[in-house]
Write a protein of this length. Structure first.
Length: 362
């Protein structure tokens, strides 16, 4: 065990013994998304480096404090990538933060989520014990893969020390098509295309000055992408010109996000087949209809949440301009709350890790 890890374990054990909360922090680029931030900082900056990387095996093992950009650069050198396109939301984003947040970019609906690519992890629990889950190959777990629970846990279960991730080759061909469509027309086409053998990768519908536009990204074999372009029609975009726009969509730097002003940003997760929802503002629609971003005032928040629930989904208050209001997930039902509390008790019995980060009472 190296010195940085030993120091962190000592800090955890001391905090657990004193009942003192700890706030796990990587690059801090997602601090805006929290029910509450409190506790003595537990920094992962000393846990850096790519432990092992086997390009031929499509597996990389990385320490949690490693900059996300460093990992992505190493993969790019080998023509590989993290296909779920994790948003960084800042230059300091880390690999551990990427897994803890569990957030994915435009391609998520086609390629899967962060947890789908977590093969294994090392974790320091609330007792200061170093635990190892999963491994470095795809078929290494009998039963439930505990390491995948860490994706989206926001550091409430323990300190991620190291993760093993599945990676994929960069697709040999890519194309983006542009269509002028209303939201209803875009959702209808996306649903129809989803039932066909097309190399769909990402989609984004947004209204600008009253004109709705759907951007559809295709990725895959050259023949498949070219055949899809001929079949689907639309206006083909220059790949180099449109790449920054897809990155801006991932990082929420598109004008649509900047123009929300003092309104809150809500994230709605709904079935892809959900129709146009009754929302206070025109949304930005991703994931072939499955993710919808909505700008709303404080008074409109309840209506946004009700619309998501009625559609069979849920809503998260993702960003807010109000300093006295925190990001907030959909409240848990009784069964979900019982499971969440049981997990918290098992991993972190003293409740020292990021208390209130996900939900106010645990």
């Amino acid at each position: 065990m190296d010195a940085p890890l030993a120091e962190l374990i000592d800090q955890v054990r001391t905090a657990a013994g004193a009942g003192r909360p700890l706030r796990i922090r990587g690059g801090g680029t997602k601090d805006f998304h929290a029910e509450r931030l409190q506790g003595e900082p537990l920094a992962t900056a000393g846990l850096q480096g790519i432990v092992s990387y086997e390009p031929s095996e499509l597996v990389v093992t990385v320490r949690a404090g490693t900059p996300l950009a460093e990992l992505q650069a190493a993969l790019a050198e080998q023509g590989q990538c993290l296909p779920f396109e994790p948003p960084a939301f800042g230059a300091g984003a880390t690999v551990g933060g990427m897994v803890a947040a569990g957030l994915a970019g435009p391609a998520r609906a086609s390629v899967g989520s962060v947890r789908d690519y977590v093969l294994g992890a090392q974790l320091v629990n609330g007792r200061g014990e170093l635990l190892v889950f999963g491994g470095q190959v795809m078929k290494n777990v009998a039963g439930y893969d505990v390491s995948r629970v860490l994706a989206g846990s926001w550091g409430t279960l323990g300190l991620i020390v190291e993760v093993s991730l599945k990676v994929l080759p960069v697709a040999p061909a890519e194309a983006t098509l542009k269509f002028e469509l209303s939201q209803a027309e875009a959702l209808q086409r996306l649903n129809a295309w989803g039932g066909q053998p097309l190399p769909l990768n990402a989609s984004c519908w947004v209204a600008d000055a009253g004109v709705g536009t759907l951007y559809l990204r295709l990725r895959g074999a050259v023949a498949a992408v070219e055949a899809a372009c001929r079949t689907l029609g639309g206006e083909r975009q220059d790949n180099a010109a449109v790449a920054p726009d897809w990155a801006a969509c991932r990082e929420q730097t598109l004008p649509w996000f900047a123009e929300r002003g003092e309104r809150d940003l809500w994230r709605l997760s709904v079935p892809q087949t959900a129709p146009v929802l009754d929302l206070p503002d025109s949304p930005l629609v991703e994931w072939h209809g499955g993710q919808r971003w909505v700008r709303a005032t404080a008074a409109e928040g309840a209506a946004v949440r009700a619309a998501a629930t009625a559609a069979g989904g849920h809503a998260t208050l993702f960003r807010t301009a109000r300093p006295d209001v925190a990001a907030r997930l959909q409240p848990l039902d009784a069964v979900q709350a019982r499971i969440q509390r049981a997990l918290k008790r098992e991993f972190d019995p003293a409740g020292v890790f990021n208390p209130g980060r996900l939900y106010p009472d645990f």
